[in-house]
Design a protein around this ligand. Structure first.
Ligand code: GLU
Length: 423
């Protein structure tokens, strides 16, 4: 991995930049530059042929001054301790910006989940939970789904943990199936939150969402719902979408049924057929002539060498870390409004927060309440971010939306650490 793109170095650089802007206390800065705790586990897993394969897993608790560590688990072949550390740092800022009572954490297992059958997946999920059980829990660290992990996987993990502690503990993990007290609204809450941010940003930038053209990179949970919700909530035209194999572009807009057919028949949205549809690569998708660009896949997509070619006016980071620091600066100079991941995709963890409070209290809400509360929290985060950016602009200091969001988030965590006497 190129030095410039080591995600943990990026997370530290971003923090350093924010620390300078906000004149953060040095001692607080030193605590916040490193994770509080990192655990590496070796996982022997029984495979379908009777052999045992060994996998490596991680769980990082970055900071818990404001509440239990919170953050997803990724099953990915390219997982490293540094990606997990970076993502755990970003979770800390995400929960703080949303002003929900959690710190930040993240987990991962180095594996290729596409090669597993269900039994192997269950065995790996249970082995991972056994490996980390001693440091997680409702009041300590609450995992959730992330790249290539699902509600079913959360259910196995919750079951394994409950066996270990000897009683049911529904609040120890979120993103569960509704049968075991997950929330109906959680499955699309990352994208739904992104849509509320898009609505507010479009108002501020005077973009008419009914006429807007949107490109979405990614067809996982975040990308797929971003596609369906931008159509159903605002009537916007999604003209491009992609998956890991590549994407499709149709200036007239894409049709969900045809996308699903293409995915089922050819394994990729690239197989989409219509009069004006063209195949595009994941790189080309980022440079299409659209009003709004939504990277909703993985990190480091908009970089130094392609940022200048982004044509969208508004970029919504629905993935974690899709825009590198160099690219953030280029976009900022160019006048592209690039709203940071830990604001735009915070709907996922805000949804997890609702699931967790319901598990802890034992009182369950309906979906309209879930969506309305999500709107309230994420809209407030957007407004706080814009107000902080404006506050600095009034003092003649130009800072990006990302730095404005950082200043708010880091300040809250630093204040909590100060109140607790950590420095
Ligand atoms: N994996 C999601 C994220 O990166 C959700 C985390 C959670 O719900 O804890 O925000």
């Amino acid at each position: 991995m190129a030095e410039e793109l080591n995600p943990f170095k990026i997370a530290q650089e971003q923090l350093d930049q924010a620390a300078q802007i906000m004149k953060l206390d040095r001692q607080a800065h030193a605590i916040l530059r490193e994770p509080k705790r990192q655990l590496t586990v070796t996982l022997p897993v029984k495979m379908r042929d009777g052999t045992t394969k060994t996998f490596t897993g991680f769980r990082v608790q970055y900071n818990d001054a404001r509440g239990p560590a919170k953050g997803g688990i990724r099953f990915h072949p390219a997982e490293t301790i540094d990606t997990v550390k970076a993502l755990a740092a970003w979770m800390t800022w995400k929960c703080s910006l949303a002003n929900i009572p959690f710190g930040g954490g993240k987990g991962g297992v180095i594996c290729d989940p596409k090669k597993f059958n269900d039994v192997e997946m269950e065995n790996l999920s249970r082995a991972y939970m056994r490996g980390i059980a001693s440091i997680v829990g409702t009041n300590q660290d609450v995992p959730a789904p992330d790249v290539y992990t699902t509600p079913q996987i959360m259910a196995w993990m919750m079951d394994e943990y409950s066996r270990i502690v000897g009683h049911n503990d529904f609040g120890m993990i979120t993103g569960k199936p509704v049968e075991i007290w997950g929330s109906e609204g959680r499955k699309d809450s990352t994208a739904m939150g992104g849509m509320f941010v898009m609505r507010e940003a479009a108002k501020a930038l005077k973009i008419d969402l009914k006429k807007a053209k949107i490109a979405v990179q990614g067809f996982g949970n975040a990308g797929m719902y971003a596609y369906t919700l931008s159509k159903s909530m605002f009537g916007s035209k999604v003209v491009a979408i992609s998956d890991s194999a590549g994407g499709v572009y149709d200036p007239d807009g894409l049709d969900m049924k045809k996308l699903e057919e293409a995915k089922a028949k050819t394994g990729s949205v690239q197989g989409y057929q219509s009069k004006n549809a063209k195949k595009v690569s994941n790189e080309q998708l980022l440079e299409l002539p659209v009003d709004i660009l939504i990277p909703a896949a993985i990190e480091n997509q908009v970089k130094k060498d392609n940022a200048d070619r982004v044509k969208a006016k508004l970029l919504l980071e629905l993935a974690n870390g899709p825009v590198t620091p160099d690219a953030t600066n280029i976009l900022f100079e160019k006048g592209v409004v690039d709203l940071p991941d830990f604001l735009v995709n915070s709907g996922g963890v805000i949804g997890s927060y609702f699931e967790w409070t319901q598990n802890v209290s034992g009182y369950y809400w309906d979906t309209p309440r879930f969506d309305a509360e999500l709107d309230k929290i994420i809209t407030q985060s957007f407004r706080d971010t814009m107000a902080t950016q404006k506050g600095y602009a009034d003092k003649k200091q130009k800072i990006s939306p990302r730095m404005a969001a950082y200043v708010i988030a880091v300040d809250r965590v630093a204040r909590a650490m100060k109140a607790r006497g950590w420095y």
